[in-house]
Design a protein around this ligand. Sequence first.
Ligand code: NAI
Length: 713
Amino acid sequence: MNDLVKLTRDSDIGVITINNPPVNALSPGVPEGIEAAIQTCCEDLSVKAMILIGAGNTFIAGADIKELEKITSGEKPFDGAMFRLFPAIENCSKPIIAAIHGTALGGGLETALSCHYRVAVASAQVGQPEVKLGLIPGAGGTQRLPRLTGLAKAAEMCAGGELVSAAEAARIGILDQLVDGDLLQGAIAFARQVIAKGSLPCKTCDREIPPCDPQAMSAIKHAFAKRARGLVAPQKAIEAVEAASLPFEEGIQREAELFSECLFSEQSKALIHVFFGEREVSKIPGIGKEGSKLPIRHAAVVGAGTMGSGIAINYANAGIPVLLKETSQEALDRGLAIIRKIYTAMVQRGRITQAEMDQRWRLIQPTLNYDRFIEADIVVEAVFEGMELKKQVFAELDKVTRPDAILASNTSTLDIDAIATATSRPQQVIGHHFFSPANIMRLLEIVRGKETSPQVIATSMALAKTLKKVGVLVGNCNGFVGNRMFGPYQREAQFLVEEGARVEEVDAVLVDFGMALGPFAVADLAGLDVAWRIRHESQHLVAQGTRQPLVLDTLYEQDRYGQKTGAGWYRYPEGTRRAIPDPDVQQLIEDKAQQAGLVRRDISKVEIVERILYALINEGAKVLSEGIAIRAVDIDIIYLYGYGFPAHRGGPMWYADTVGLNRIYERICQFEQQHGVEWAPAPLLKKLAESGKKFSDLDRDRSLKRGLITEVE
Ligand code: NAI
């Protein structure tokens, strides 16, 4: 066959093994190899059946996404060998059995569906996750799957993209048998039963679709219309599955049309950019791969507030014992209660077992002193946001920890270099900026101080993976990448309500755009007290004479801290997170605006989007040109995983590329004329706009210039 696909024999059974590590993707050569192996077996009269199996850890985990990119960029035509493979399998006159372990995903499950039978080990999982890349199954998945499971279940799997366990897959008709013990031996035994029956191979395409409750289908359509929020692929996936009611060839034709629409859509391109971006951000120029990491076996967290308790959970979840220090028993108990509540909810939802909770709980060791900090390989500080306090804590940590221990701060805005001066080891000091809720949000902004050592950076990037986070390395400045850009974003939201928009209107427009929450709802969630503290800590950085938001300080003075006090920009009925627009806040805004001489006007939705997002993008361009972010895609990943930016828009910088930098630059120049100096366009944006380039061009040029970039694993 070829290096990727091997054909061996077990007496009268041909065993076709795919060996394309790490995930046996259907890269060029794999479909051709399978097809050739089938051909050989068909021509050999002594072969009675075939088994298709994956070498290594998995069956086929999907199509090769790089190949899809080649199609959309015009590098390759749209009909690949993959599309010929499935009919070749299905129409084979000898039975072919897919033997599944690991995962059979996307094109992998489609391969299995075109086989005549499917067996799997109990730990296997199957799924059609194409929607996560803005696609639908495009090689018969939407037509064959419903012929096994019924329309509703297939629609749910194709539109939701979630994985299904082997037991569930057997229950809903995808698998014919679960195998105990060795997969290949089990599959061979199954094949012998099939041969013994002597019946012709059972083609999936010839099967009748099992009947399904029409209400179940409409419930799924309704649920996805609500859940998908602007995403095109889930709706198209449902449409394609419904086409399975047509004769098979017509259904396949319809699937191909819908697949093509998705493949060339902006949404899919954005989601594929995100898929690769997540991997790209771990490549750090100048940081070696080999032998550069410190082992992290013991951790400590200082401060058991909102963030500290969530950070401790991250360590415990990764199996790393973690000391959790507070200043008083009362504060410690409060933090432990938060942790217990989070774990209890996980047990109740079936996410972990009680035994797992107990084990993780034991790894969190509360303390009121530094006695055992000598054990810690890393300490994460998460005390209140104040430079003096942070310096005091770091000076203490410098004394009580081993000299090789990493000292990380979870500060959301403060100068890491200034914090490091409180220690005798600035090379060991770094920012580990977790996002709230720290046990859930996937982003870890890793802030490099001017003296932070490459070893500490490499260790931090690797640690992010251990903690199941996406680590993005950023430079040190006020707010780093995420919060620095969030400043202008929040500023414009506030200016817009002062000029005439309503709080709930601004939020609704941003949610319509795809943000998880609008700017005011986010502010209420994060806490207006936190925002106030940050504002006051960085007051000295505010340029004289620039326009400042009018209302935030008053809300803080009125103890309106957001959700935590039941009132902020919105009101929250007792015990709920339901944001209700508050006429008192509206009145306050109007009064303050009038006092400031602002004349209220109607503000269009387009202006709301442009003002808020272009402010974000303009700051992003500054961050990029200053080298605070390594690449534009790093900013995108930060906004997707830390700030609820919609993945199908690819992140703020990718979104800017899709709008066109020229258009954005022009609008920013107009805003500068109308609103003043804070809108001064970033020189990098001007340069790119004038040369007709994109941020993604800049990323490509930069990585080419750097040559070899090593990935920190
Ligand atoms: P918090 O007010 O919930 O908790 C701070 C905790 O630190 C309190 O429990 C306090 O008792 C404790 N503490 C103060 N001094 C201490 C000391 N010397 N030793 C031990 N514990 C001490 O604050 P939160 O929200 O957890 O913030 C902590 C840090 O995380 C801040 O730097 C903040 O800027 C940052 N951050 C906050 C985020 C948020 O959304 N709340 C998000 C990301 C970062």
